[in-house]
Ligand binder design. Structure first.
Ligand SMILES: Nc1ncnc2c1ncn2[C@@H]1O[C@H](COP(=O)(O)OP(=O)(O)OP(=O)(O)O)[C@@H](O)[C@H]1O
Ligand SMILES: [Mg+2]
Length: 449
């Protein structure tokens, strides 16, 4: 039930408004002055305040300013008497939602009130959404690659440069995309996501660029594309490696010109969009196979981010496990749980082919399956992890992964032998220094020097 506060010094107006609004299903409270209004706001929250412009004591405008300073302020509708319309207009500039004139037309007042209630609901929803988004973009992990990643995000997020995030499935690429948006200058605007692998080929263009009524079979009305929706904000092209060549060329043109034409239209639309793309494919390999446009790759890959697989940053496993345990304990049972050291050790030895997502799923399952267990122990872990976690062989699913892991270990060893001196390590390895730098970056090795 929407809560309305009526502030007017004339008791006749207060009471008659209350009568009408109560009948309409609002819950109303009354105040006869600005001071009384502010006192009530300290104790209760309201969706809308109906506020008279002329009041004894502090006047309507001053009350308005104070109302706007409270947390999650209500919408304010000014009630203006004869000759005070200019003041009411000024009030709108100060953040009042709208104004109604005395003598009050009930129809008009009700319409304005209902709109204000809706505006308030949307505003709260938006605030809540932003909070959740911020919470969803916290990157847990104290390993060197994760620290380096967070540092890079802090530096690169505010630059507006295009970002390409690569890494295996489940490593946290989407999370990194969220974090970049949350730290960017665009954080108050939308983060719009498109999963290029999940949308059927016939639809992707209209999804990205929108269409005009009748342009496609089933296009019963105009549709806004994601590029347009993301205007002033961030567009996240997830699984960009799965985009068809045809769509790739249209995306390429859009990036070059910062404008595009909806399907079935002639007039291009100008947009200001920051694109973040992610892929778990090796795009350079896709380029050599002719599946991905090289020019698009270079456009997207202005700032590369590599999210290493979990098996290469096992130091993060205890922290992540406890993080997810806390999350799911709160979500499912509202009681805290601990995890025993032997269970943590076993988790840390497992190879996690599904990366952080797999770990998260395992912890979720542990919480669901053991509703009364206060301390998770080794014996509670799923058999696979129990078994594999006892051994130390890392299971690689592809040759590429095995090679990367080997290369990483080998380069780390040579760097170590040369006290972190990249030039010397490059000499020993028989590589150009710049080549080694690129490799280290790809493999998530932080430069120490
Ligand atoms: N460092 C981290 N800290 C906290 N949560 C994480 C971290 N990394 C990943 N997660 C969580 O793990 C899950 C998988 O991450 P995400 O969806 O970002 O992976 P992805 O790389 O996009 O995977 P895919 O390639 O399969 O789309 C998400 O629930 C995410 O919140
Ligand atoms: Mg993803």
């Amino acid at each position: 039930m929407p809560r309305i506060l009526i502030v007017d010094d004339e008791s006749g107006i207060r009471e008659s408004l209350k009568g009408v609004l109560d009948d309409e299903g609002f819950r109303t409270e009354l105040a006869e002055s600005g001071e009384a209004c502010l006192r009530l706001l300290e104790k209760q929250s309201f969706d809308v305040v109906l506020l008279d412009v002329w009041l004894p004591g502090i006047d309507g405008l001053e009350t308005l300013q104070k109302v706007r300073e409270v947390d999650n302020p209500p919408e304010v509708i000014m009630i203006s008497g004869h000759g005070t319309i200019e003041t009411a207009v000024r009030a709108t500039k100060l953040g009042a939602y709208d104004f109604v004139e005395k003598p009050l037309s009930l129809d008009k007042t009700l319409i304005v009130l209902k709109n204000a209630v809706e505006a308030h609901r949307l505003r709260l929803e938006n605030t809540e959404f932003k909070k959740q988004f911020q919470a969803k973009s916290v990157i847990v992990g104290e390993s060197i690659p994760m620290k380096a990643l967070r540092h890079e995000i802090a530096v690169m997020a505010p630059t507006n440069g295009r970002v390409l995030i690569f890494g295996e499935s489940g490593t946290g690429k989407e999370l990194v995309a969220h974090a970049i948006h949350a730290h960017s200058l665009r954080k108050d605007n939308l983060f719009v996501e498109v999963n290029c692998a999940a949308i059927p080929e016939d639809w992707i263009e209209s999804e990205l660029f929108g269409h005009r009524k009748g342009a496609l079979p089933g296009a019963a009305s105009d549709k806004e594309g994601r590029f347009e929706r993301a205007n002033q904000g961030t567009l996240f092209l997830d699984e960009v490696g799965d985009m068809s060549l045809k769509t790739q060329s249209k995306v390429l043109r859009t990036l070059d010109e910062q404008k595009f034409t909806p399907v079935g239209d002639h007039d291009p639309i100008k947009v200001d969009v920051r694109v973040i793309a992610a892929t778990n494919k090796d795009l350079e390999e896709e380029i050599s196979k002719g599946n991905f446009r090289e020019d698009l790759f270079y456009r997207l890959n202005v700032i590369p981010f590599y999210v290493p697989p979990l098996r290469e940053r096992k130091e993060d496993i205890p922290l992540l496990s406890r993080h997810f345990l806390k999350e799911f304990s709160a979500a499912y049972s509202r009681r805290s749980r601990e995890i025993a050291d032997d269970a943590i050790d076993t988790l840390a030895r497992y190879s996690w082919p599904g990366n952080v997502r797999e770990l998260r799923n395992v912890i979720e399952r542990l919480v669901i399956m053991n509703p009364t267990v206060h301390k998770i122990e080794r014996k509670h872990l799923p058999p696979l992890i129990h078994r594999e976690g006892g051994r130390s062989t890392a299971g690689f699913s592809t040759l590429h992964q095995a090679r990367a892991a080997y290369e990483r270990d080998y380069i780390l060893k040579k760097l170590d032998e040369n006290h972190g001196n990249v030039t010397r390590a490059a000499e020993v390895l028989g590589l150009e220094r710049s080549h080694l730098y690129r490799k280290m970056k790809t493999l998530g090795i932080a430069v120490k020097e």
